[in-house]
Write a protein that binds this ligand. Sequence first.
Ligand SMILES: C[S@@+](CC[C@H](N)C(=O)[O-])C[C@H]1O[C@@H](n2cnc3c(N)ncnc32)[C@H](O)[C@@H]1O
Length: 382
Amino acid sequence: MAQIGHPMLAQMTHDEGARDNFIFSLKRHVSSTVGPGNRNLYFGKVLPALEKKYGRPPKNRHEVRKAMEREPYYQSWSALMRVGQEMMWDSVGESVDRQVDGLIAKYKKRRNKLGTVRTDPDFKVPRYLTAVDHHGMPGSYHTETREDDVRAGAVYDRGAFLFQIGGAGGVLMDARGQAMAAYLRENHPDFKPKRILDLGCSVGMSTLVFCDAYPDAEIHAIDPGAPLIRYAHARAEHLNKKIHFSQQNAEFTDFEDESFDLVMSHVMVHETSGTAIRNIVRETHRLLKSGGMMAHLEVPVRYKDLDLCEQAMRDWQTYYNEEPFWGGACTLDLCAVSEEFGFHDAEDGYQQQPRERFGPSSGFTQKANSSGGWWYVMSAVK
Ligand SMILES: C[S@@+](CC[C@H](N)C(=O)[O-])C[C@H]1O[C@@H](n2cnc3c(N)ncnc32)[C@H](O)[C@@H]1O
């Protein structure tokens, strides 16, 4: 499985490609082969020890995680996971730095040719986004060091392929959009949105899918990261997709009341704060026409569907991968939140992405935990 090149994708030299291949293999080995050993450790040693100590099974994932963190096997796995992540961003970042000026020039050349792009020099990126370097990506999504910077977008586009251990991402890294479109097609075949908004679009990987899924629709996409929005725009222009990108916070947008039929997001919820997600649901209700739909796709990790060992393993993201809202998102009942803000017919479940784009199995035992093309999707109607 390879990532399809497009004019905005930073090119790799032979040596950079070899280094990325090594990192890709290391990350896959650590997650698929070393990671599952933690289950043997837990059931063979840690669980019996906890039961002996307390005279009862562990109460929650935190008890399990703390006990696992004392084990050298877990510590080694955790260190390898973190090192793989840091190597990945270093490798991709160095490659992008070589060519970032050229990418900015390409952005400027195609600006506002088919779709549009709007950034706001006075925009205040929320603190819950500036406080961490998400998933270890230095500078996260918002950092700018030069005029018309696109670096964060270029790094994210290349890194996301390695990040997701390749296969699960799709050749244009659009697996999440493909899964969302399949969900809507299969479960709401008569729903034909005319105006669509994608929240937390990053570089527009998922957004692009909707140009083909609903060719008559007008498509908008927002994200607080200016370098992402610029890169997303240039990427879409070069791929001949008409999308209107703007730098905005999904909590408080400048769109008019009741102006969209579909407001959606792809893996945004786990990267936004618990307070923000409630604001976003409220704002989405304002933006939707009556009968319009809100839909969120997320990492396929609902803690309620997993045993405590899996929950504790997945919580590694919260504590060691700079994903502070991961655990909160994986325990959040989005259907209940949507009903709180006036939505009805809320539904959720797991959706398999279409086409032969499934990645290698993560080695974990439960379907909800598989990286083989499954995603969590929820929707609700205004
Ligand atoms: C993992 S990335 C999303 C990737 C993208 N949707 C995709 O499928 O390729 C999460 C994105 O959510 C954005 N985000 C977080 N909080 C947000 C908010 N309050 N409003 C809009 N976007 C937000 C981040 O800036 C980031 O780009």
